[in-house]
Ligand binder design. Sequence first.
Ligand SMILES: NC(=O)c1ccc[n+]([C@@H]2O[C@H](COP(=O)([O-])OP(=O)(O)OC[C@H]3O[C@@H](n4cnc5c(N)ncnc54)[C@H](O)[C@@H]3O)[C@@H](O)[C@H]2O)c1
Length: 278
Amino acid sequence: MKVEKTKKNSKKVIKKLFDLTGKVAIVTGAAGQLGGEYVRALLKAGASVSAFDIRLDNPKGRLKEIDSDKLLPVRVNITSRKSVEQGLRIVLSHFGKPHILINNAAIDVPPNASEHDTGPFETCSESSWKIMMDVNLKGIFLCCQVIGGYMAETGGGSIINISSIYGILSPDQRIYAYKEKPFFKPATYCVSKAGVLNLTRYLATYWSGKNIRVNTLTLGGVFNNQDKKFLKNYTNKVPLGRMARQDEYNGAILFLASDASSYMTGSNIIIDGGYSCW
Ligand SMILES: NC(=O)c1ccc[n+]([C@@H]2O[C@H](COP(=O)([O-])OP(=O)(O)OC[C@H]3O[C@@H](n4cnc5c(N)ncnc54)[C@H](O)[C@@H]3O)[C@@H](O)[C@H]2O)c1
């Protein structure tokens, strides 16, 4: 009898630790492969979720399949301050004050990208630099200014900025050497993802005393039916021997979004199957 009661109590304690009932979350890039996962995880934890994306019909996130009155999709271009402000106004009128902001939207250069974006460093185009910096850094900067600024003035919350192993390490270009034409993971993506880490630290200290926590979540590569040769080269570098499943970052998202991480700010959680251990 006593054991049963203790089990029930510990389940309650764990549920309470990660519970997001009554919280309002905004996820950018919510219609993408990982954004869609985060939306589902936050809804399951009890939050109301506003899904920001420039392309809400992106098939990767399967947002259309979610049947919940706690989901609010909003078309937002995070590179435009006006658009972010308009998005926040819609969230405020629908759900009220946001408590959680996940800066997830970004542009990457996948292995099948055009030569224009993936040529040698010396000839990498300025236009490719501009668009990646605009979305991957200016976009987070604007969302933090507008939405984070509002949160800081209205009681605080939790901001999660998404980075990549290529924000903390240089890519091993040999992974891509199986291709017929030379392919280089561009410096632009890596530099933009490195910038995320210090924007996080800057804001964690800037908003000190405002009850707002700002952390980075750094991710390793996610399986997405990549070329077999790429998979072999990449997974050879991963101690766990595989790429991540797309649901394997949800635990960290709920940890950072909830009171389970109440003493954490300015930090970086790395989840990469051990890629960065070498
Ligand atoms: N998938 C991976 O292997 C991987 C690995 C490490 C880090 N990450 C990071 O995780 C995050 C999500 O990656 P993903 O694979 O789900 O990407 P994705 O391409 O599937 O989704 C990105 C989403 O961002 C949206 N977006 C692009 N520009 C926008 C803009 N200006 N305004 C609003 N939305 C915009 C896109 O429409 C898309 O739905 C990114 O920050 C990425 O760098 C991904």
